[in-house]
Design a protein around this ligand. Structure first.
Ligand code: KIV
Ligand code: ZN
Length: 520
């Protein structure tokens, strides 16, 4: 049951978020994120666009089977094949939603769809009716709604509701709107469309002008009761409205916006880190809510104020978004029990084998690093989870580096249980290491990104390395963490290779359906 003031959180990290160039994810990663979203308490997960590829179809199907608390949604264009494919992917869901859309703005209808408005209007009715033959929970979106003629938009919305849409989503596909305009649009639809009370209205705002969150909140204030958003604001171009910002704005400013969500806000930091690690998209340091500096107080005046009373410079506590203070947590002498308790506090529940593996790595780390912080444990455990099903593993790496060159890497990998070793040179130790991997596991993937960041402070900090590889249009991101940057680099590259091996074939959507070759 929902109250009139409940705002549903519709997460589209796995669909619109995954459409960001370079952010594509493997099936296992999507499942990991979907489980995280369930723990976070989102109402609806848009799990993918099933007709887009076999990979998308499988991901939606797996998520629908495994994740039971939220409604699982699949996207479909207005064509029947799209809609039927989405329904097929959602068969195992406890509660399934089909989200069907078609462009309604003059520019999209003319140039993208090459359809007359009346044909679009007919397609709205037919597509929603078709979706209703599969499920009672149907969402309809007029793509590029904010640039659509208002009278035509009202007609289409009315028709969609009459045909059975239970949610009407109003996308600001190109991030063009402003808060007052977007709020007025929602209010206008609610007052002018005769059957508007029969559907939940939803916001879907892109961030091209940096207004996605403000526009979404204006929509809610005007009567929308669903917000579509992504973790870290991931999404096409400048991204979507960031879930963490919307949820915390509603929570912190309940005096101005008295609406509730079911989000367990203490899980926000973990969700943000997971999405960042999986996609290899770093979170900007000063990003609201989840940036590294969002709760850091550096200047003397601020620190002095904080010591006297933390309300002087903090409008919400770090704990409310799940940021545990990065204090010294465990050391060399900590036992398995303390380690398990720590993991629980950080939100991890590992099976016995995974716990033992993570604990062994923790002990190795504690031998190398004097102080172990929460962030170290998070990096280590996430790394361990990602390695669980790897076919290629790093067994040993020795480097000759320094001035003079050429730098040399001697590497041993285990590939499907068999050990292989090689020596390779390169311009620098990282290059030599990657050349060694290429010699042991020949492949044509191209290195698109190599990125290093320190997990904590100090020269004994763990390095967290991300590597993005691209092969035939497919991209994967691998990650490795170790106190030795080169070992972390080798693991990151190997982890990306493992994902390439896993990645399902992705095929382009067929061209004959009502076209959305590029979705917003
Ligand atoms: O931005 C957009 O218009 C979309 C639709 C597919 C809902 O993502
Ligand atoms: Zn979008």
């Amino acid at each position: 049951m929902t109250t009139p003031d409940h705002v549903r959180i519709f997460d589209t990290t796995l669909r619109d978020g995954e459409q960001s160039p370079g952010a594509s994810m493997t099936l296992e990663e999507k499942l990991q994120i979907a489980e995280m979203l369930e723990a976070l308490g989102v109402d609806i997960i848009e799990a993918g666009f099933p007709i887009a590829s076999n990979g998308d179809f499988e991901a939606v199907r797996e998520i629908a089977k495994v994740v039971k608390e939220p409604v699982i949604c699949g996207l479909a264009r207005a064509g029947f094949r799209d809609i039927d494919r989405a329904a097929e992917a959602l068969e195992g869901a406890r509660r399934a939603r089909i989200h069907t859309f078609i462009s309604t703005s003059p520019v999209h209808m003319k140039h993208k769809l090459q359809m007359e408005p009346e044909a679009v209007y007919e397609a709205v009715i037919a597509s929603v009716r078709r979706a209703r033959t599969h499920t009672d929970d149907v969402e309809w979106s007029p793509e590029d709604a904010t640039r659509t003629d208002r009278d035509f938009l009202c007609r289409c919305v009315e028709a969609a509701i009459k045909a059975g849409a239970t949610t009407v989503n109003i996308p600001d596909t190109v991030g063009y709107s402003t808060p007052d305009e977007y709020g007025e649009l929602i209010a206008m639809l609610l007052s002018r469309v005769p059957n508007a009370d029969k559907a939940v209205f939803s916001t879907h705002c892109h961030n091209d002008l940096g207004l996605a969150v403000a526009n979404s909140l204006a929509g809610v204030r005007a009567g929308a009761r669903q917000v579509e958003c992504t973790i870290n604001g991931l999404g096409e171009r400048a991204g979507n409205a960031a879930m963490e910002e919307i949820v915390m704005a509603l929570k912190v400013r309940a005096d101005r916006m008295p609406f509730d969500t079911r989000i367990r806000t203490e899980q926000i930091t973990r969700a943000s880190r997971l999405v960042s690690q999986i996609t290899g998209f770093p979170v900007q340091y000063n990003k609201a809510i989840v940036g590294k500096n969002a709760f850091a107080h550096e200047s003397g005046i601020h620190q002095d104020g904080m010591l006297k009373n933390n309300q002087t410079y903090e409008i919400m506590t770090p704990e409310s978004v799940g940021l545990t203070s990065s204090s010294l947590v465990l050391g060399k002498l900590s036992g398995r029990h303390a380690f398990r308790e720590k993991l629980k506090a950080l939100g991890y529940e590992l099976g016995d084998n995974a716990l033992q593996d993570a604990f062994n790595r923790f002990k190795t780390l504690a031998d190398k690093k004097r102080e172990i912080f929460d962030d170290d444990i998070v990096a280590l455990v996430d790394d361990e989870i990602m390695r669980a099903h790897d076919r290629i593993r790093v067994k040993a790496l020795h480097i000759v580096a320094g001035t003079g060159g050429p730098q040399k890497a001697t590497l041993t990998l285990e590939v499907d249980g068999e050990e292989r070793s090689v020596e390779a040179t390169g311009s620098g130790p990282v290059d030599a290491t990657f050349n060694a991997i290429r010699a042991l596991v020949p492949h044509t993937a191209r290195l698109q990104l190599y990125q290093v960041h320190a997990v904590t402070e100090g020269t004994d900090a763990q390095a967290e390395v991300s590597v993005r590889l691209e092969e035939k249009g497919k991209t994967v991101v691998g990650r490795g963490a170790d106190t030795d940057t080169l070992v972390a680099s080798a693991w990151a590259y190997v982890s990306a290779l493992n994902k390439l091996l896993l990645k399902r074939d992705r095929t382009a959507p067929p061209a004959e359906d009502h076209g959305a070759s590029a979705l917003g």
